[in-house]
Design a binder for this molecule. Structure first.
Ligand code: NAD
Ligand code: ZN
Length: 351
């Protein structure tokens, strides 16, 4: 088959590689019908994720068709259309049993293994371990593009942003970073009754997208400084700060912004993947009764999000701004890596 092979920092190629096969009784092999590229794949290509070894096939989001099943698989069969999410779940370990497969012990303690510790989904076929407890059947009434973004960004924005941040009816929510993940938090904040949603980004086109995804207010961080952001937020919140500040960038300064703009009794929900330490101003925060959360997505809310997609309550396909055939993946990477120039959110790759 053809697949995207990582050859170490800065290098990848669309190569001929051996077809994957069922190697454990709980595996299935899925033909990839639709897949996408994640910001994390760009981090890997920069060499930021050293646990990814050269030779690895990248990608951790897909919709596909089951073509082979292991002996222990009884509820999936050839021809079934499934969503392959970013997180693999054995369903049996202590973390899976407490609905936290982000730390599934059976797959090594971190549930994100596709395109990381095992071969991924930017390929014509992929082997899916612990298939029955990991994949989701896709109902006939939804398209691949409607369901694809439930593999990672939508549950990430919802679980790690909105739900961890404990967004409640009437809340004012600031989302710092309006990339696909921040937009997913904006899109799902309404599910918990957020009243006022404020998007903060440095790129004007991202803020335009944020309005379409449900932000009532935007702040362009490239046109002001920290004091300017604080002043505008004070104006929008009667001087109190926001109930929930969601960090969806992964930089020290954006985390510190969130910790500064949260009101007493509020929450800071960090989603961003950080590569450098941020300063935690406990000398200011200790008296504010705030909650700070972190997390890797679990994808346990996929069935709920899928129902909302089916009922037209979430228009997940809005994330797909550019379509490519799977074998034009190099071009798709160029567009995604230069998202600002192409006004891109997510690319959709189809077989
Ligand atoms: P992205 O790079 O597409 O989006 C980040 C956005 O932040 C961009 O729109 C950028 O313009 C904006 N930005 C950059 N610097 C800024 C600043 N100083 N102030 C305001 N905005 C700024 O990334 P994404 O795909 O949306 O992902 C967001 C973060 O979430 C990344 O760190 C990613 O690795 C992380 N992530 C976490 C999980 C998890 O489980 N916790 C899962 C997936 C992704
Ligand atoms: Zn497990």
């Amino acid at each position: 088959m053809k697949a995207l092979v990582y050859h170490g920092p800065g290098h990848k190629s669309w190569d001929h590689v051996p077809d994957p096969t069922v190697s454990e009784p709980t595996d299935v092999v899925v033909r990839i019908d639709t897949t996408t590229i994640c910001g994390t794949d760009l981090h890997i290509l920069k060499g930021d994720v050293p646990t990814v070894e050269p030779g690895r096939l990248l990608g951790h989001e897909a919709v596909g068709t089951v073509v082979a099943t292991g002996d222990a698989v009884s509820t999936l069969g050839e021809g079934d259309r499934v969503l392959v999410p970013a997180i693999t779940s054995c369903g049996r370990c202590g973390y899976c049993k407490r609905a936290m497969p982000s730390h599934c012990q059976a797959v090594g303690g971190v549930g994100w293994i596709f395109g990381h510790l095992i071969d991924g989904t930017q390929a014509e076929y992929t082997r899916v371990p612990y298939a029955e407890t990991s994949v989701h059947r896709v109902p006939e009434d939804v398209t691949d593009t409607q369901v694809l973004f439930l593999a990672d960004i939508l549950p990430t924005g919802y679980e790690v942003g909105v739900r961890n941040g404990n967004v409640k009816p009437g809340d004012t929510v600031a989302v710092v970073g309006a990339g696909p993940v921040g937009l997913a938090a904006i899109m799902t904040a309404g599910l918990h009754g957020a009243s006022r949603v404020i998007a903060i980004d440095r790129v004007a086109s991202r803020l335009e997208h944020a309005k379409q995804f449900g932000a009532g207010y935007t702040i362009n961080a490239s046109e002001t400084d920290a004091a300017g952001i604080d002043a505008r937020l004070a104006e929008l919140t009667d001087g109190l700060g926001v109930d929930v500040a969601i960090e969806a960038v992964g930089l020290p300064e954006t985390f510190e912004t969130c910790a500064r703009i949260v009101r007493p009794g509020g929450s800071v929900a960090n989603i961003g993947v950080h590569g450098a330490p941020a300063t935690l101003h406990l000398e200011e925060l200790w008296i504010k009764n705030v909650t700070i959360t972190t997390g890797l997505v679990d994808t346990t809310t996929v069935p709920m999000l899928l129902q909302l997609v089916r009922d037209g309550r979430i228009r997940a396909e809005q994330f797909g701004t550019h379509d490519f055939p799977l074998d034009s993946i190099d071009e798709a990477y160029d567009v995604f890596a230069n998202a600002g120039r192409h006004n891109a959110l997510k690319v959709v790759l189809k077989r």
